[in-house]
Design a protein around this ligand. Structure first.
Ligand SMILES: [Zn+2]
Length: 88
């Protein structure tokens, strides 16, 4: 169990959030220009860093906002949380 300090709601249980992925794993700008192999690589090869990673989380059972946290995937320690202005 991890606790995430939402910048809008305070510290909450992870059950209130939905994991949104590693911040470095961005959707390609022009998927239509990609080969099928490149598209499959994007879809199925997801970063899975052991250690610190910066991740998107959606506070779906709280403020309904996207936030960014740093989480250690080995220990589940959470360091920082901030709001994301580019998501609804
Ligand atoms: Zn929140």
């Amino acid at each position: 169990m991890i606790y995430i300090n939402c910048p809008y709601c305070g510290e909450r249980n992870e059950d209130e959030f939905v994991y949104g992925g590693d911040i470095e794993h961005r959707r390609p700008e022009d998927p239509a220009s990609m080969t099928d192999a490149e598209w499959c690589e994007y879809i199925y090869t997801v970063p899975n860093v052991k250690g610190w990673a910066t991740e998107h989380w959606w506070h779906v059972r709280g403020c309904n906002r996207w936030i960014t946290i740093q989480r250690n995937s080995a220990s589940n320690e959470v360091r920082t949380a901030k709001g994301e202005s580019d998501h609804g």
